[in-house]
Design a protein around this ligand. Structure first.
Ligand code: 28F
Length: 634
């Protein structure tokens, strides 16, 4: 075959190779951010990015990611396959060079936007250097080529291992446990990023599968970020069609999709060159400024500001779901995790593109404009009213009084790291757990009845809910803007509800509340769900506590049903203090499930679903997951 033609094909001449990958192993954080879970997952994104580039070049339609049972990960695509012909300047196949040499632009904070298929292969050598073992398969020209590596060094030459009628690239790697603090991949973490990639590259199909658990997802969205917003509002009541804008100015592209729902929460995702800027940055502030100004000016020019209260930025963000995606040539990522866009020129650019685009949209859609403005005016008025109410109640508010709630049976230890707060349902459970606990480090807070559904309430109502104020005061962190995790009085907050429908509902209400208003507690790993037993089985004076139906079956098979007494616990109140201690509170024998926010989008969806107004999807969800609800691990 003609080498010259091939070279032109993929621009091998333009590839800038900087040398070996020793530097990567010496300072991995420079290349992947850190060596903890985030950096570990970054390895997968780095490989998948190459497939995305191949898709951007118009040659790849499918990416598959698999977490294998042995803990390794496989990423494969149906692109053209990495070229395998010999590069004259190295005397080695292009594939080996891509896999083993550091390329310009591969640095974590220097990753630049590749318009289409230019510099891909970048980043692969970084992943390879940080893998205990990596094997690549390339299907190309009717053959399958392969090469394996250990810590970035080839174990063999590129060899033909088979034939193939299709083309593509497949990489399987085992992250190096000498480099990473953890080498366990989280399905939900990978899944949420891959879903984002599918939204940001419409038409691309991305499949993810966990061989261990059998979980799998297929992501494929023709509508791009418009579909993303529809997805965000999927279990909410949306108020209008998604507003979708595409603009370009001074070489910067902006794509914006937004839609209001009837709730009060802000849900905005921002991206720069498809990188999730979770900490926001100049593009996000440009958008917010423009949104406030455009809505105010529409309201003024159409005489919609009745009480002459100006709409504030917060008013425009109530119930908004939006995705802002910018593409620019030289993105600067700032902040500790490099997830904040720093380019100062972007604020003005995004502001002016949003203003003109949104302004025009509102003029063309007066009904939608009117509804959005009314919603904002309504929010502004509620904010004013809440401010007045707050000033009135401030003096008597428990949140500011510094004293602890009367219902709290506190522990004597004052070191938060050692202290636990059991939040229990009702006074009777409160009574037995107070007697059963170890009062040195275990505190009890009984809540009466259902707590407020925060999904359906505005902030001032939440601040006025007695149960919520009691909870926030007992925990010590305060709420909303005043929230301070350093003030947490307990590092374990244990939700303990009955194993019935009411209990499940209260648990969900509490989790929703923590998720929406005290999320740092979940992120810090402070929130737990207790697992009280469902049954007490006694045979020959021997007691067994059973935590689920399956285990009950198992036990009865083992010990036999005859002359066995079986007690089903309907509530914690039915257990005596000693039983409660043994089964649910003794750190030696109890089981706690830690609540995590692995996938904020997924969790958000579940909460909207469980707490929102749409009855039908909720019924479906509960039917589908009825068996898991006891362990709802959001
Ligand atoms: C599972 C990970 O890495 N897919 C990739 C390609 C395709 C080409 C390519 C990659 C090196 C010097 C460009 C093929 N034919 N999946 C992947 N698919 N890299 S990485 O080229 C790398 C060259 O410059 C490719 C023609 N041109 C490019």
């Amino acid at each position: 075959m003609d080498e010259k033609i091939k070279k032109q094909d993929y621009g091998a001449g333009s590839i800038q190779v900087l040398g070996g990958t020793e530097a990567v192993r010496k300072r991995p954080a420079m290349y992947i951010g850190d060596t903890q879970a985030a950096g570990l997952h970054h390895l997968v994104y780095e490989i998948a990015d190459n497939s995305v580039d191949e898709a951007l070049a118009g040659h790849c339609t499918l990416i598959k990611v698999t977490i294998n049972s042995d803990g390794s990960v496989t990423v494969e695509d149906n692109g053209r396959g990495i070229p395998v012909d010999i590069m004259p300047q190295f005397g080695k196949p292009a594939l080996e060079i891509v896999m083993t040499r550091l390329h310009a632009g591969g640095k974590f904070d220097h990753r630049t936007y590749k318009v289409s298929g230019g510099l891909h292969g970048v980043g692969m050598s970084v992943v390879n250097a940080l893998s205990e073992k990596l094997t690549v398969y390339v299907s190309r020209d009717g053959k399958v080529y392969s090469q394996s590596y250990s810590r970035g060094k080839p174990l063999n030459d590129v060899t033909v291992v088979g034939s193939s009628e299709v083309t593509g690239t497949k990489v399987t790697f085992v992250p190096d446990n000498q480099i990473f603090e953890t080498t366990e991949f989280n399905f939900d973490t990978l899944s949420s990023r891959l879903r984002e990639l599918a939204f940001l590259n419409s038409g691309l199909r991305i499949e993810i599968k966990d061989e261990g658990s059998g979980k799998e997802h297929v992501f494929s969205y023709d509508g791009g970020i418009k579909s993303f917003v529809e997805f965000l509002n999927q279990n909410k009541v949306s108020l209008h069609q998604v507003i979708h804008l595409k603009k370009e100015k001074d070489g910067t592209q902006l794509e914006l999709a937004m839609q209001y729902n009837d709730g009060y929460l802000e849900n905005i995702f921002s991206f720069a060159n498809t990188i999730n800027t979770a900490e926001g940055g100049t593009h996000l502030s440009g958008f917010k400024t423009a949104l406030t100004r455009t809505l105010n000016s529409y309201a003024e020019s159409h005489n919609l500001l009745k009480q002459k209260i100006k709409i504030s930025s917060n008013d425009t963000l109530e119930g908004i779901s939006a995705v802002i995606s910018v593409r620019l040539t030289d993105p600067q990522f700032e902040g500790q995790t490099k997830r904040k866009l720093g380019n100062s020129e972007l604020k003005g650019l995004v502001d002016s593109m949003t203003s003109s685009g949104l302004g025009a949209y509102l003029e063309e859609h007066p009904k939608i404009a009117r509804m959005i403005v009314d919603k904002c005016v309504n929010a502004a008025e509620a904010r004013e009213a809440a401010k007045k109410a707050r000033e009135l109640t401030r003096r008597k508010s428990a949140l500011n009084s510094g004293s602890l709630p009367g219902k709290l049976a506190d522990c004597s230890n004052r070191n938060p790291e050692e202290c636990e707060l059991y939040v229990v349902e009702g006074d009777s459970a409160g009574g037995s757990s107070k007697q059963g606990r170890n009062r040195e480090f275990q505190a009890i807070l009984p809540l009466r009845g259902k707590i407020l559904n925060v999904e359906k309430a505005r902030l001032h109502k939440i601040f006025n809910s007695r149960e919520i104020v009691t909870l926030a005061t007992a925990i010590g962190t305060g709420l909303g803007n005043e929230f301070d995790i350093k003030k947490a009085r307990y590092h374990k907050i244990i939700i303990t509800c009955d194993a019935d429908v009411d209990g499940a509902h209260i648990r969900t209400l509490l989790l929703t509340f923590f998720f929406r208003y005290m999320r740092p507690l979940i992120e810090a790993g402070y929130i737990y769900v207790a697992q009280p037993p469902l049954y007490r089985v006694v045979k020959n004076k021997k007691e067994h506590y059973v935590y689920n139906e399956a285990k009950l079956k198992e036990l009865l098979n083992e010990i036999g049903k005859e002359e066995t007494s079986l007690q089903r616990y309907k509530g914690l109140g039915e257990m005596n203090p000693n039983q409660l201690w043994q089964t649910t509170m003794d750190p030696e024998t109890r089981t706690l499930v830690r609540v995590g926010v692995e996938d904020a989008v997924e969790a958000d969806k579940i909460f909207s679903l469980l707490m929102g107004e749409d009855v039908e999807p909720r019924r479906q969800f509960i039917e589908k997951h009825a068996l898991e609800v006891r362990n709802l691990d959001v």
